[in-house]
Design a protein around this ligand. Structure first.
Ligand code: 6GU
Length: 241
């Protein structure tokens, strides 16, 4: 799978892409990445990529020409064209389901904004899928692009050592529950002991304890997931009664 990132700050990515799991996937040829500086497509003598909004208002907007031309050229360099994703707080909320869908793609192009956003003609001309990673405002789409790459990459077969491990992740296809509590050594730390059942070797009891832990956590922290899980095959969650 190939990820092309279009950004004004490509230098934010190599540190992230060079980390363990992703680094290995790139070395093995399972994942390929391309970083493209939108500024390289500016034809302006000062290499300007932003300008003030018509009608007034705070902040600067990304100019349409460098963005559109950067997307067009990067898109044409390899095939398939893949999905064009524009990172913006105005977009569809990213979740595990969308990550699973993206993971089926051969190529994702991630277009990162900065400043107050894009000139509307970028969206009108390129018709990207607009995606947000949550209801808060980041300084730019770069961290959001890393979030998407991070969530998608672990779903690609062969990236995780044990293929079962992403299937069992919270929110994955077969699991819309939070994960159960886990313990490792030491058996006692600052007066707190590992639950006896986990040391018992009784796998049936352990499975029951874990199920109870997941249910308790999900009910107390994210009860919205329980109703969403029941509405899995529908588009909307049932209204709570
Ligand atoms: Cl995708 N971009 C920015 N700038 N802020 C965000 C976001 C994206 N998703 C949530 N907040």
């Amino acid at each position: 799978m190939r990820f092309d990132v279009l950004t004004l700050f490509p230098e934010m990515f190599p540190g992230y892409l060079g980390q363990s799991l992703l680094k290995l996937a790139i070395q093995r040829g399972i994942v390929e990445t391309g970083l493209h500086n939108i500024r390289d497509w500016s034809r302006d003598k000062h290499h300007a990529v932003d300008d003030r909004p018509f009608g007034g208002g705070p902040g600067m907007l990304l100019k349409p020409e460098p963005v559109v031309e950067c997307v067009e050229e990067v898109r044409s360099r390899c095939s398939p064209a893949g999905r064009l994703i524009l990172l913006t707080p105005q977009g569809r909320r990213f979740d595990q389901r969308l990550a699973e869908e993206f993971a089926l793609s051969q190529r994702l192009m991630l277009l990162c904004g900065r400043y107050e956003g894009f000139d509307q003609r970028v969206m009108d001309l390129l018709a990207p899928e607009e995606v947000s990673v949550g209801d808060y405002v980041l300084n730019g789409g770069e961290v959001a692009a890393m979030v998407i790459i991070d969530a998608v990459v672990r779903l690609i077969p062969g990236v995780l050592g044990d293929e079962q491990s992403s299937v069992e992740d919270s929110f994955s296809r077969g699991n819309r529950m939070l994960e159960h509590a886990q313990y490792t050594r030491p058996r006692e730390y600052r007066g707190r002991s590992v639950p006896e059942v986990l040391l018992s070797g009784d796998h049936e009891q352990i499975a029951r304890w874990r199920e109870a832990s997941r249910t308790e956590r999900t009910e107390s922290r994210r009860s919205d997931l329980l109703s969403a899980g029941q509405a899995d095959s529908k588009t909307q969650a049932e209204p709570k009664t």
